[in-house]
Design a protein. Structure first.
Length: 445
């Protein structure tokens, strides 16, 4: 008996999970996806949320669930039926009675410069300002570029293993690396296009003005990126309006979105946000396509001012991408939700020279939200999941009506050993399998 046959028997004994179509993790790592790539199939025996059960006071007691079979074809969900009620003459994959959740999206990650898959890096850094780190990067980026394709691909494998099927990748555009970081990232994403969707942000990590990178940004804008980035226009670039004007004009000239890294405190960060809002309001092409990554200044102002800014952000389609930071000023994510500001999360760094952390676990980010803001009951725990999913989609609406999955949805989902979304958020179980466009891109077995 070979290893594959043995694994097939042991998984069948454990409940038949993925009985017909899944390869071993060793084969997956070699091939990037399973042999059923693009094949029509039925995913049977998966747990879906049906609604909430309420107590006499109208409070959610628990989440009701049932087992279902999902017919998948051409990367889409074409039918959803109570488990076992319909017969099929196409391949079946047994979901093992695991909970089906929307797939996760890592919306801020730097995989173009990481030590992941290589050596541990915990060296003392002589300074921690952004300019200190720019000086460090100028010294080490040439070495990082040597294996950046390979390490980016390994990071993508890690994302898949955590239930992530989509990533917005930040890539350095600076005088030290030129366009090489972007070129290498594009190679890695092309090699992995069957297992992950992606967007690219051309990010002037060393400052647009500080490192005179406008020309490079314009070149990058013509090489298939989706967003133009920026960096701390006052504390790094030293000229808020000039820095933001260049970023905005490049985005407009090449029909790109904006995703700016803004680490600055309230004194300089809030004026920068106000300036961005003014420009977005005047340029409708940027509405719904502009994001403030980090945005720590928003967590350092009074509630009344925050409410005004949040309303303006919502009205102009300006979103926030937060890593849900711990150990510093808490980001006002509940206020963003109240005012319908788009909020997404991401890993940021994976074991690099900026920090030694980063597991690529978006479910863990949802848990951090629940812990930070005291969301400890069934309803609010289930709501926490929205920071990790596309368009903040959740299986159940606030009123307990199923809104995901639906027939016609892209088959992008993750299976976990949990009874409901609330338990998944609270306990962050292992991801049992990840699907992207109907293709299995990861399995734990």
């Amino acid at each position: 008996m070979n290893r594959k046959q043995f694994l097939g028997l042991t998984t069948a004994a454990a409940g038949g999970l993925f009985m017909t179509s899944f390869n071993s993790s060793e084969e997956q790592s070699q091939k990037g996806s399973d042999k059923t790539h693009g094949q029509e199939f039925v995913l049977i025996n998966v747990l879906l949320e049906d609604g909430f059960d309420y107590n006499d006071q109208g409070q959610v007691r628990f989440t009701k669930t049932s087992l279902y079979d999902l017919h998948i074809a051409k990367g889409m969900i074409v039918s959803i039926d109570i488990a076992g009620t319909k017969s099929y003459d196409i391949p079946k994959i047994d979901g093992g009675k695991f909970l089906l959740l929307p797939g996760f999206r890592d919306m801020h990650i730097h995989i173009d410069k990481t030590f992941y898959g290589e050596r541990w890096y915990g060296e003392h850094k002589p300074g921690r300002t952004v300019k200190d780190m720019i000086d460090l990067e100028r010294r080490i980026i040439p070495g990082l570029l040597v294996k950046s394709v390979e390490k980016a691909e390994m990071a993508i494998d890690l994302m898949n293993s955590q239930g992530t099927y989509f990533a917005r990748c930040q890539t350095n555009v600076d005088p030290t690396s030129g366009l090489k970081s972007l070129e290498n990232l594009k190679i890695a994403l092309e090699n992995k296009k069957n297992v992950i969707g992606s967007e690219i942000v051309a990010f002037p990590q060393h400052g647009i003005v500080y490192s005179e990178s406008e020309a490079l940004l314009r070149e990058a804008a013509q090489l298939g990126v989706d967003f133009i980035g920026g960096l701390d226009p006052t504390t790094v670039d030293g000229n808020m309006e000039k820095s933001l004007d260049i970023m905005i004009q490049v985005a407009l000239d090449y029909n790109k979105g904006i995703d700016i890294h803004l680490h600055e405190g309230a004194k300089t960060g809030i004026p920068a946000i106000q300036y961005i809002l003014k420009q977005v309001e005047a340029n409708k092409a940027l509405q719904g396509r502009t994001y403030i990554s980090h945005g720590f200044a928003l967590g350092q102002i009074e509630a009344k001012e925050l409410a005004v800014l949040s309303e303006q952000m919502s009205a102009n389609g300006v979103g926030v991408i937060s890593t849900v930071p711990l150990g510093r000023s808490m980001m006002p994510i509940p206020t963003f939700y109240k005012h319908k500001v788009s909020v997404m999360t991401g890993t940021d760094s994976i074991v690099d020279h900026w920090q030694p952390f980063g597991s690529c676990d978006m479910l863990e980010k949802a848990k951090h939200c629940a812990e930070l803001y005291g969301w400890t009951d069934e309803l609010r725990l289930s709501r926490a999941l929205q920071i990790a999913t596309k368009d903040q989609i959740l299986p159940l609406s606030e009123n307990g009506e199923r809104q995901w999955p639906k027939v016609g949805d892209s088959a992008d989902f993750v299976l976990v050993k949990a009874s409901c979304s609330a338990e998944a958020v609270a306990r962050t179980p292992d991801r049992e399998a990840t699907f992207y466009k109907g293709n299995k891109v990861y399995t734990r077995v």
